[in-house]
Design a protein around this ligand. Sequence first.
Ligand code: NAD
Ligand code: UDP
Length: 335
Amino acid sequence: MSVLVTGGTGYIGSHTVVELINAGYEVVIVDNYINSKPEVLDAIQTITGKKPRFYNLDVIDKVGLKKVFQENKIDQVIHFAGLKAVGESVSKPLEYYRNNIDSTLSLLEVMKEFSVKNLVFSSSATVYGEENDFPYVETMRLGTPTSPYGKTKLFIEMILKDVNHANPELNVAVLRYFNPIGAHPSGLIGEDPQGLPNNLMPYITRVAAGKLDTLHVFGNDYPTQDGTCERDYIHVVDLALGHLAALKKLESHPGFVVYNLGTGKGISVLELIHDFEDVNHLKLNYVIDKRRPGDLPAYWADASKAKRELNWETKLTAKDACRDSWNWEKHNSGK
Ligand code: NAD
Ligand code: UDP
């Protein structure tokens, strides 16, 4: 089986490529390095002993994409490529709509031309919007994501549903990720945001490494156990394995299917900080700051559908993720 992985040198993509290669898949990556680096390919080779075929290409570029499908027999596609910074999407909505939506349209058109029928798409818990109560269940009516980034995920889900409706032969697994953290235990691949990190874990590791002074905890007056926001943090290796489970599911021609990929448990910002301190035997310099606009107090996944239908559930803990993120930060991040 050969799998085309768009965005395969990115954070979640690279971890998924490693698991795909380990499971015996032939992998072809398309990425334009807009948010990743060529070194990731060497790291994948060091971990797996195999270098995947790679195309430096914008997924929007249909001519280039067709060449990829001509030169390789693609059986299945995992579509990670996309811009993902929530805050940036508010100031650059056109870039986000153009990149995320056009890349998906180009990919779908080329897949149709080459009769490739199985697609896994990276969606996000953000599609549940503010309207729903947690835990989020796949059957909920979707909300209205506040950011243009979140809206691209919602729109793409709708596009995929329509395309599957018109062509039921196309099997689509929409995976709604919760909060991916952690890194490969080798420390060779991980999350490497450029500039000031927006997300909690890369901020924590940079403070621990002394690259940033102080971690700001955004609000401790939420209606949660300790007053800080609660999220469903999922180890990126578990998340990667969820994609393999989804590919297997697609082989049974299920049509359009949606799965939450999360642990099913929420933990607070302070709990994550303390897990990080405990497992890595260090102290983090943090202060309580005001709330960050747009943050929801708490949400996590109902992950039972993925367990039932994909036979997938998380095995790694937040502490595992804290250990692996720190290992990655110490050895490689920012190189
Ligand atoms: P990432 O930025 O690390 O990876 C995305 C990769 O896609 C990068 O390597 C980037 O260079 C590439 N890319 C972007 N646009 C491209 C284009 N037009 N053509 C070719 N390559 C392109 O992000 P990630 O965290 O690995 O996320 C992967 C996917 O999962 C994204 O679609 C993201 O929106 C989604 N997602 C991520 C999270 C998260 O917290 N990390 C949560 C929910 C959903
Ligand atoms: N957070 C924080 N300080 C930071 C970054 C994030 O306190 O420097 C909090 C944020 O308010 C949220 C949680 O950590 O409650 C997770 O934030 P992140 O941006 O990682 O993911 P999101 O919740 O936006 O999906």
